[in-house]
Design a protein around this ligand. Sequence first.
Ligand SMILES: Cc1ncc(COP(=O)(O)O)c(C=O)c1O
Length: 383
Amino acid sequence: MSADPARSGCEQLPGRLATAAVRSIAPYVIGKPISELERELGISEVLKLASNENPLGPSPAALAAMRASLDDVWLYPDGNGHDLKTALARHHDVGMDQITLGNGSNDVLVLLAEAFLTPQTNAVISQHAFAIYALATQATGARIHVAPAHAADSPMPYGHDLDAMLALVDADTRLVFIANPNNPTGTWNSEGQLTRFLERLPDTVIVALDEAYFEYARSVDCPDGMELLRRYPNLVVLRTFSKAHALAGVRVGYAVSHPDVADVLNRVRQPFNVSMPGLAGAAASLGDARQASRAAALAAEGRVQLGEGLPALGVRCFSSAGNFVLVDVGRPAQQIHERLLRRGVIVRPVGGYGLPSCLRITFGTAEQNERLLGALAASLKDP
Ligand SMILES: Cc1ncc(COP(=O)(O)O)c(C=O)c1O
């Protein structure tokens, strides 16, 4: 055997030994990190509006709690997350035994797939849904049933069509993923649509209701999944501290479900899946009632600013209940994305979501949004 088969031109690379399901996965494409673009262009002051982060940053209470936690990081964190679960149980008026903590809500999505899917089963998702649903499903070898989304000229362009999703549920379906609101489309389903769907779903199916953008969607008819949990034992509501709570870097998310589902997820969860600063920061952030409202207020301002500024540039901008907006630039969006990068602005092209003429742009501060509009205006004019 060559010492370095990866460089020897040898055909028998060790990656072939991975499962066929895993080898079929195309890796998730992350938003370009600021440091990477700064290195590439030799510039500073890059503006990143690509990953739906909260530009206001974390609550001061969360920062203080995370700093204080550093003294103890030589110890493993509390694997049961007792303090954070206590705070969450009080916040949502649920039992601690209903909560599953994750290394970001991404972790919980993967746990759900691991716990409920096998190659003999399938998961139902919508076209243009958050990419991790398909990736987590694929890794298990389960089949993916993709329901067509609402049409571009419908009242909820590219949004989840729950009737179409229900039509794809069969005897082998174990999981349905619903993002409410969805990323990257910003679309949402109303309480009526969701309960109608849940009423008709067989009890052999778990519903992962992903509410990563919940805090941003309070001014539209986007339901609070926590209020539906008592009526629907197969419902799992996911939330994250990465968005409105501005703690994306420490990776904390969670699910609230029937205790029986939480018990199952706990069996596949890694014992110390949430870090000590993450546990401390999340609990403190939850205690700062103004954190979420500040984030939502900034997003509402961004929605108005870009809602006026983008159409003025001749691009189509869709309604969004998140802290971001989907924009159709009417030509291959990758080209505009690259031009924006040269101007030091990172947004997200969403060709991988089947929307090749669209960009997803996170709402920034007023100043950042203004810079984005200027850079986009120039990028659209480039020869
Ligand atoms: C709809 C949706 N769900 C879940 C996540 C995962 O977030 P995290 O793992 O940071 O909690 C994201 C992140 O962008 C998202 O957009």
